[in-house]
Design a protein around this ligand. Structure first.
Ligand code: ADP
Ligand code: ADP
Length: 237
């Protein structure tokens, strides 16, 4: 369970991006965080895996106080939490499978050294993850040969290969066309339901959020202004 207790995030330049945040997110939920640009959505999800440090209150994941994690503990903690970005964050000039295998390397700066150091077991795990998102046939294709939707699925496979409990997704469909976006959202939904992985996603397409998420959290000026089941959200919001 992810628990925010009176969480505040103030950036170094004085911007208060989050305040008075109180939330409980249970394991296996599919949550969409909605709100205008600048509302604080991205800050909210990036505090969960300590990409940002909170400046007030308490944030815990399964009763672990996230602010108290140090060095190696942070790395271990982040392996349980997958992160998906709008821009995919892939190494585009190499193959799909190598991008997935990177999830087994704790430090990305090792990238140059990694050729050929993976075990058969790791390769099988990577292929299995690609199969889960329907792009097994692309394993040995270079990433820059793939469409945007296929690239986002590579990013999802890379995350799945670490067996996460939680996937954080920051505007994962923002740069995709509507048809491809639907395919990627279907993947998220399947992963959430079949594998009980929590999904917490920032999204500015409200209709898509309502269609896919179980719960909607609305953020405005750094505060939660709505929190409820998606089937209870009316068009007026
Ligand atoms: P922190 O360490 O406080 O979490 P970051 O390291 O993420 O902050 O950002 C460092 C600096 O980058 C900020 O103090 C700010 O000046 C600048 N910055 C980065 N992103 C933004 C943004 N979206 N809006 C305004 N300033 C930004
Ligand atoms: P959203 O994801 O809803 O667009 P953000 O979480 O990116 O919102 O930003 C919330 C507020 O914090 C905005 O006012 C933004 O400019 C500011 N902000 C974001 N990142 C930084 C940063 N690193 N330093 C300073 N201000 C930032």
């Amino acid at each position: 369970m992810i628990e925010f207790n009176q969480v505040e995030k103030k950036y170094a330049n004085g911007t208060i991006a989050l305040q008075n945040i109180n939330l409980k997110i249970e394991q296996g939920e599919f949550v969409a965080v909605i709100g205008l640009s600048g509302a604080g959505k991205s800050t909210l999800i990036r505090c969960i895996n300590r990409m940002h440090d909170i400046t007030g209150g308490r944030l815990s994941v399964d009763d672990v106080d996230v602010a108290k994690l140090r060095g190696k503990q942070i790395r271990r903690f982040r392996r349980r939490i997958g992160m998906i970005f709008q821009s995919f964050n892939l190494v585009t000039r190499t193959t799909v499978i190598k991008n997935v295998l990177v999830s087994f390397v704790p430090d990305l700066s090792w990238w140059r050294k990694v050729t050929g150091v993976f075990t058969t077991e790791q390769k099988l795990k990577a292929l299995e993850a690609l199969d889960k998102v329907g792009i097994l046939d692309k394993a040995y294709v270079r990433v820059d040969q793939l469409s945007g939707g296929q690239q986002q699925r590579v990013a999802l496979a890379r995350t799945l290969a670490q067996n996460p409990d939680i996937i954080l997704a920051d505007e994962p469909i923002a740069s995709l066309d509507p048809v491809t976006a639907k395919m990627v959202m279907d993947d998220f939904k399947r992963i959430n339901k079949d594998m009980s992985i929590s999904v917490i996603m920032n999204i500015h397409h409200v209709e898509v959020a309502l269609e896919y998420a179980d719960r909607i959290i609305g953020i405005r000026k750094g505060e939660v202004v709505f929190d409820g089941e998606s089937n209870r959200v009316t068009k007026q919001i």
